[in-house]
Structures are given as C-alpha cells and as structure tokens.
Design a protein around this ligand. Structure first.
Ligand SMILES: C[S@@+](CC[C@H](N)C(=O)[O-])C[C@H]1O[C@@H](n2cnc3c(N)ncnc32)[C@H](O)[C@@H]1O
Length: 284
C-alpha cells in the first residue's frame, strides 16, 4: 500500500508510508516502549475511549490490555492499517472490545461528546495543522473528558560518539517531514498547542529513553530497530529531495549504528501530555 492510500483524507503527506517494513517498525516500537509510554494510562470499565490514528494497532493492543472493560474505538484513514490492527488485537488481546472505523480525524463520524477519553500517539507530528486537529477532536470528547497525546522530538536525540554526519541525517529526515507538512520536533510544542486548542489542566511529562551496553534489549529494540530504522527507511526520499548526498547519508547512518555499538550511548525524549476538555463557557 502506498502513501496515497489516504487520498481524499488528510494523511496524504504521511512521511513513513504504509509498507510492511513500516508496519513491523511501528509494532517493534510500541512493544519496546510500551511500559514507558503506557504507564499511567488505564481507563475504567465501561468508559468510551477513542484512539485517533491507530495505524496497525501497535498502541491499541496496549490500550486494550491495560483497560479491560473499556469500550475502545480505533480510527485511521488507512484501510489496510485498520485490517492489520484488527488482526493484531485479535491475536494479542483476544476478546478485547474494539470497534474499527476508517475515518479522518477532521471529520469523525461520531456525535458530539461521544467519548470519555481520547488517545493520540505519533499522529500530530504528521499533520500540517496540529492545533486545528486538537481543536477538532474536542467536539467528540465530553466536557471533563481527557485527551492523552504522545509525540517524539528529534531535537532530543544526542549520542556518543558524536558525529556531525549522524546529526545531519536526523536533521535531513526532519526537513523531509517538514516538506511533507509535518514536524519532527513537535514534542516540545505539546503544551502550547493544547493550550491554544482550548484544553485545561495540561500536564506534559518528558519520557526519556537512554541506551548503552548494559541495556541490550533497548539498544536493539529502540536505538537500532525503532530510531535508526526510521532514517534507513527514508534514504531514497531524502536523496530524491536533494537533502543529502548518498555518501553523506550512508556515513551518517553508519555513525548512528556506532552509537549502538559496545562503547556507544544514545538518548531520546518522548513527550506525553494529558489534558482536560473544559465545559463550554457560559457566554459561548
Ligand atoms: C506514525 S503512525 C502511528 C500509528 C499508531 N498511533 C502508533 O503509534 O503506532 C500515524 C498514523 O496516523 C494516521 N493518520 C494520519 N493522518 C490522519 C488523519 N487525518 N485522520 C486519521 N488518521 C490519520 C496514519 O494513517 C497513520 O496510521
């Protein structure tokens, strides 16, 4: 399935695309980061929870496992991702109550205040107007309900040994994402975006991943298979856009791999925000 699957909807510029490799990467990423990202996120039985941009269900399995009894609804613009999500949840959390809908988050087919909680992970970074998205989502969230948003920020990546080529690879991918209308540095903006979109009681937590040889599962699962894999997958697009030369890019990728070697270290920060949808003001 190509990046054009969401045609007619708002996800045309989704920079990672919908390949099998990307589906595997999203699954690996969610597994290795599950404890870090999902700790503290559990919804009461009977609550109505909407996951927006669920992709291949990589986060949905954790939502379902951590909130037994919650009534989950998962939406995405990609039909093939939804099919993979349905299969993943059936295999990993049999009996979970999840309804799947193909829908654009800007035009959700649900009544006002239909949900008690919304969960949005790694979606805003791909949208040209994330504030508009957050504002639109308030319509389906009941007053007093919560929104949880998780995003990364490529500016938070630092590593040893330092390499200007590795830094240029990270910056090159961020520029490619910007050209597609997204923002790879969005994590640091969550608080002001949520504030501007009208949410209250916003709490943002930075969630750090640090890897070295004493954490081999994270070195493989995060540094290699999640982080570096993003850059390996966009090589063709970066070169086609003239954002790097093949020699510089390959040197940068090799240097990133050195940070996962025995004497290397790597740091990255995700940002997790929880905010409340306020009741309408009496004057509005
Ligand atoms: C990087 S994936 C993240 C998937 C999942 N949340 C996860 O963390 O594994 C981003 C997802 O957002 C979806 N998406 C992008 N724009 C969307 C929109 N306007 N409405 C609904 N989904 C959208 C894409 O199709 C893609 O599946």
């Amino acid at each position: 399935m190509s990046m054009g699957e969401g045609r007619g909807m708002t996800a045309i510029g989704y920079v990672h695309g919908y390949s099998d490799r990307e589906a595997r990467r999203l699954g690996d990423q969610a597994e290795v980061l599950a404890e870090l990202l999902h700790t503290g996120t559990a919804y009461p039985p009977g609550s109505r929870v909407l996951e927006v941009g669920c992709g291949v269900g990589a986060q949905t399995v954790h939502l379902a496992a951590n909130s037994p009894g919650a009534r989950l609804v998962a939406v995405d613009v990609s039909e093939s991702s939804l099919a993979q999500g349905r299969a993943r949840v059936a295999a990993q959390v049999p009996g979970a109550d999840v309804a799947w809908h193909r829908a654009d988050l800007f035009d959700l087919p649900f009544p006002d205040a239909a949900f008690d909680h919304l969960f949005v992970c790694f979606v805003l970074e791909h949208l040209p107007d994330p504030r508009k998205a957050l504002t639109a989502l308030r319509r389906v969230l009941r007053p007093g309900g919560t929104l949880t948003v998780i995003e990364g920020d490529h500016g938070s990546a630092f590593f040893h040994p330092y390499s200007a080529h590795a830094r240029a690879v990270i910056d090159g991918q961020a520029r490619l994402q910007s050209a597609a209308g997204g923002n790879a540095l969005i994590g640091r903006e969550l608080q002001p975006l949520l504030n501007q979109a009208g949410y209250h009681d916003i709490v943002v937590r930075p969630l750090t991943v640090y890897t070295d040889r004493t954490r081999p599962a994270l070195v493989n699962g995060f540094t290699r298979d999640t982080f570096i894999a993003v850059f390996e997958s966009v090589r063709k697009d970066v070169l086609a856009a003239g954002l790097s030369t093949a020699a510089d890019w390959d040197r940068g990728i090799a240097d990133l791999h050195r940070t996962a070697a025995a004497d290397g270290t790597f740091h990255y920060t995700f940002f997790k925000a929880v905010a409340v949808n306020p009741p309408p003001s009496p004057r509005s």
